[in-house]
Design a protein around this ligand. Structure first.
Ligand code: NAD
Ligand code: WQD
Length: 338
């Protein structure tokens, strides 16, 4: 199949592009580079061994999208494009609503006009807000704790309504838990701009000496060791989940959500220990007060993805740590050094 990846030069988009090509599909990438760099596409091309169709531009630009559908016979669209920093979304809600909703609405309008109605959407475990139960099934109640999570919830609703209005649409919302790690080549990985918000890139930068120590945000949660528990999955497993989804979507009309997670909760301190054991590095840390908005536990019930998509996370957190460490050591400044 020919697959359009909006936001395809991003962390998850690049890893997914590699796995789509490995599975025999062809890909077209679109990215505004608001959170990426031109060099990133060249790295993906080095891994797949050939050039890729790539467009720089805004996913909310209907003329650009229409041109892409004219240039390429697209079978499925995977919609990664979006702003994703929770804290930033609280400070800049209008920017987040404008970007993330405009992208989704414009993309759907152009797809409808061009008769392309197979869509995989990058959703997030953040649609569950503070979960009432763990592990979290797709049937859990949904509510957004911040503007970023709200954009995911709103787009899921827009897509569900679209699928009701026109049963010709086949839509899958993949609710990612906590992606970590990097492609084993060390050529692509997570490249947060500035101080990393997320735990694993911060751990990697401490281990590499770029930061003096990890601040552990609270050890007074109702969890086994008092620190936050999350469902960390290797980004390559997440990419494989997209391969499974696009190969399943033709057989399933309507809208359906799937959790992509390991089903295992891991704490901050366990993550630190695993990273040190997997890499032989040292990660000094200091426990500090909780980060506002954080929740104690969040991990997936991944049964539906296993039963319906035939997908299971297979790689270990230790493998993700080793792959993240290789990326960090070989690219101490991310893609900036290119
Ligand atoms: P990322 O920022 O690395 O990738 C997103 C890409 O989209 C970036 O390259 C950015 O330049 C591009 N982009 C943003 N707005 C755009 C626009 N208007 N037009 C074209 N391109 C645009 O983030 P990621 O971690 O790869 O996340 C990809 C998707 O997965 C996002 O929608 C994110 O919300 C979602 N998600 C990420 C996580 C995570 O922890 N990384 C978890 C759950 C869901
Ligand atoms: C994980 C754990 C922190 C950093 C976020 C977004 C979510 C999704 C995934 C987009 C928590 C602790 C972290 C640090 C720490 N992104 N921590 N010190 O918050 O589960 O999810 O990324 O969809 O929407 O909210 O991930 O990596 O920020 O935190 O102690 O320097 O690590 O308290 O328990 P989170 P995270």
């Amino acid at each position: 199949m020919k697959i359009l990846l909006t936001g395809g030069a991003g962390y998850i988009g690049t890893h997914t592009a590699v796995q789509f090509v490995a599975a025999g599909h062809s890909v077209v990438l679109l990215d505004s580079l608001v959170n990426s760099r031109p060099e990133v596409v060249a790295r993906v091309e080095r891994i797949v061994g050939h050039s890729l169709a790539y467009y720089t531009g805004d996913c909310a630009d209907p003329k650009l999208l229409d041109q892409i559908f004219t240039d390429h016979d697209i079978d499925v669209v995977v919609h990664f494009a979006g702003l994703k920093a929770v804290g930033e979304s609280v400070e800049q809600p209008l920017r987040y609503y404008r970007n993330n909703l405009d992208c989704a609405l414009t993309l759907c309008e152009v797809m409808e006009a061009r008769g392309v109605r197979r869509l995989v959407f990058s959703s997030s475990a953040s649609v569950y807000g503070t979960p009432e139960q763990v592990p979290i099934p797709e049937t859990a109640s949904l509510h957004a704790a911040n503007p970023y999570g709200a954009t995911k919830l709103f787009v899921e609703r827009i897509l569900a309504d679209l699928a009701v209005a026109n049963p010709a649409w086949h839509i899958v919302a993949l609710r990612y838990f906590n992606p970590i790690g990097a492609h084993p080549s060390g050529l692509i990985g997570e490249d947060p701009q500035g101080i990393p918000n997320n735990l694993f890139p911060y751990i990697a930068q401490v281990a590499a000496g770029r930061r003096d120590k990890l601040r552990v945000f609270g050890d007074d949660y109702p969890t086994p060791d008092g620190t936050g528990v999350r469902d960390y999955l290797h980004v390559m497993d997440l990419a494989d989940g997209h391969v499974a989804a696009v190969e399943h979507i033709a057989d399933q009309a309507g809208w359906r959500g799937y959790n992509l997670g390991t089903g295992q909760g891991v704490s901050v301190l366990e993550s630190v220990r695993t990273f040190e054991q997997a890499t032989g590095s040292h990660v000094p840390y200091e426990v500090v007060p909780r980060r506002p908005g954080d929740i104690a536990e969040c991990y997936a019930d991944p049964t539906r993805a296993r039963e319906e998509l035939g997908w299971v996370a297979r790689r270990t957190i230790a493998e993700a740590c080793a792959d993240a460490w290789r990326w960090q050591r070989e690219n101490p400044n991310g893609y900036a050094a290119d």
